[in-house]
Every structure is written in C-alpha cells, then in structure tokens.
Design a binder for this molecule. Structure first.
Ligand SMILES: Nc1ncnc2c1ncn2[C@@H]1O[C@H](COP(=O)(O)OP(=O)(O)OP(=O)(O)O)[C@@H](O)[C@H]1O
Length: 310
C-alpha cells in the first residue's frame, strides 16, 4: 500500500532558526492526529505538505507526489489537488453566498467552473447546508462557518484532508457533529485525514494514529492503543470503607493520584520499585479493603504531557 506520508530528514529553517529538525516519518492511509504544543512546528509541516513552502533539506512524498519545488510548480499543483485544507482562521470571503464561496474554492483547485458549481451543491447538501447555500457566508452561525470551510476543502474530492482545529469555536453539539463528519469522511468515504489540534479528545474521537511533535522533532508516532496501552506503573484501585487515610498514605509513599474515578477509586501511578503488596498493607493499616486492582492505560492527555515535558 502506498503510504499517505513518507518523510525523510525533512528540515525547515527560517533564517538561523530551525522550525523542523530532520523529520523522518512514514504513515499509512487513515486518520492521523497531529499534536504538539504552540510553536512545535505543526503549521510549518502542514505548509510543506501543501506545497506552500519548500523544505530546506530532506525529502518527502504525499502518496506518490514528491514534496518541494517552487510554489507554482506542476508538482505543487498536483499536491494541492491531492489535499483539501480546512484552515483554522476565518478564511471566508464576505459578500459571497455559500455556493459561490465553495465554487470559487473548486476553481482555485483547478476545476472547470460548471464542475465546481455542481460539486459545490453536492458537498453543501452532504454537509447539511442545502437550505443556507444562497445566504451570505458572513451571516452563518459558527457551526455553519466551520462546515462551509470543510465544504471548500472537499469540493475537489481530494483523497487527503488537512484539518486545522476543525472544532474551534463550536459548542458541544456542533463539535460532536463536526467530529462525526470527519469520522464519516474517513471511515465511509475513504479519505485520509490529518487533524492538527490542541484538543486531545478530538483526536481520541476520530483518529487511529497520533504523531506528537515538540521543538520541531517527532517525539511519538503510533496508534492510540499502542501509545496509551497498559503501563507497568499505572493502576486503577478501588477500596471499600473510609478511604481518606488510605489515600493520604498512598501519597506519602510517593504514589501519584492521576484521577478519582469515584468514591474510594483512583487511577494511580506508582513509584519505581513499588510492589502491589503495598496496596494491601496500606489498606489493612487504614481499615479498608481493596476491592479491585487492575493495570491501567494512560490517557492521551497524560501521554502528551509526559512527552512534551520530557
Ligand atoms: N515565517 C517564519 N519566520 C520565522 N519563524 C517562523 C516562521 N514560521 C514559523 N516560524 C517559527 O517556527 C516555529 C514553529 O512554528 P509553527 O507555526 O509551525 O508552530 P505550530 O506547532 O503550528 O504552533 P501553533 O500551535 O502555535 O500554531 C515557531 O517558533 C515559529 O515562530
């Protein structure tokens, strides 16, 4: 299977500053979350993938298309046809109706006008903007604005979607609807999705794989299950009885409480050299009974914080 992305030693500098340090990465088609703190290099990477800026050195491909070359080279035009981009910024053109805006995007991607118009109606219906398509985009609600930005990204039916913070500014219902659309575009319509976001829950909801970048370097790559899989030092423990003394003793012994699941039940991280017998001893001393003790996964948020702070 041709990889979605194949990058080899990709570096990008701006003057004396290195934004990306020799990124080497291979990803199969699918839905990928691109995570990283502010300034990690995500936008720089996305711009290189879209052919908007060239790498300073290194090589890469999106499917069969080589990266690099001048902004207006034939190769970069092919890249833009392969990729639909939904920017975070409000990139709407005031004064245009939804259908005019999406048609314009289609033409900018190189589609003939009639074909762009036909597809604009099609994708606006798919995104449940059929009723609103003749209204001006500046009158749209936040949820409709996000959907019309997604419409312009898929108008030319690209196999790859780059989505930059697609749920930005949405209320919980709008966010759910957007995530369902992204999931459906991937799972039912065969699109590969690169989702750049600060919202780890969005990645958990729709992505199969995660790439964590920090300081211009790839720090983790893998499936969510692989990266967050059972850890030797993470447990979920539940006790019956008054848990206060037991909890305090756990803290004194260097156990970290990662979260309270319910009364007397915590997700914990144990220190090096810890043996599970200690849970039972501390319970006995405090007059409580250990009802369950199981190995636990790490959440994506814990993995992310551990990765970017190390
Ligand atoms: N044109 C430029 N000139 C100089 N420095 C730049 C330029 N573009 C990006 N940088 C620097 O490169 C680094 C990476 O920036 P980038 O925008 O790729 O990060 P990011 O991960 O997208 O961050 P954010 O989540 O804040 O958008 C930053 O330190 C930024 O200041």
């Amino acid at each position: 299977m041709t990889p979605l992305l194949e990058l080899e030693g990709l570096t990008r500098t701006f003057g004396s500053f290195t934004a990306l340090h020799g990124i080497t990465l291979s990803l199969p088609p699918g839905r990928v979350g691109l995570l990283g703190p502010n300034g990690a290099g995500k936008s720089t990477l996305l711009k290189i993938l879209m052919g908007l800026i060239p790498p300073t050195s290194g090589r890469g491909r999106v499917f069969d298309q080589e990266l690099g070359g001048d902004r207006d080279s034939a190769g970069n035009w092919r890249l833009r046809r392969l990729i639909g981009f939904m920017p975070e910024a409000d990139a709407l053109v005031p004064g245009l109706t939804g259908v005019e805006y999406v048609t314009l995007a289609g033409e900018l991607y190189g589609m003939p006008r009639r074909e762009a118009q036909r597809r604009a109606h099609e994708v606006l219906s798919f995104l449940e903007l059929e009723e609103a398509r003749y209204r001006r985009v500046e009158e749209y609600s936040a949820g409709m604005k996000q959907r019309v930005k997604l419409a312009q990204a898929i108008v030319h039916d690209p196999p790859v979607l780059l989505l930059d913070e697609p749920t930005s500014g949405l209320d919980p219902a709008g966010r759910d609807a957007m995530l369902r659309l992204v999931q459906a575009l991937g799972a039912d319509h065969g699109k590969s999705v690169i989702l750049s976001t600060h919202l780890l829950a969005d990645v958990e909801a729709v992505c199969e794989r995660v790439v964590i970048v920090a300081g211009g370097r790839v720090r983790r790559v893998g499936t969510v299950a692989e990266l967050c899989g059972r850890r030797d030092d993470h447990y979920r423990v539940r006790v019956d009885g008054d848990p206060a003394g037991f909890r305090d003793d756990l803290l004194t012994e260097g156990v970290q409480l990662l979260g309270e699941v319910g009364p007397g039940e915590w997700r914990v991280s144990v220190p090096r050299g810890w043996t599970n017998l200690a849970f039972f001893k501390l319970a006995e001393v405090n007059g409580v009974t250990v009802r369950s003790l199981t190995r636990d996964d790490e959440t994506l948020e814990e993995l992310f914080l551990r990765t970017v702070s190390s």
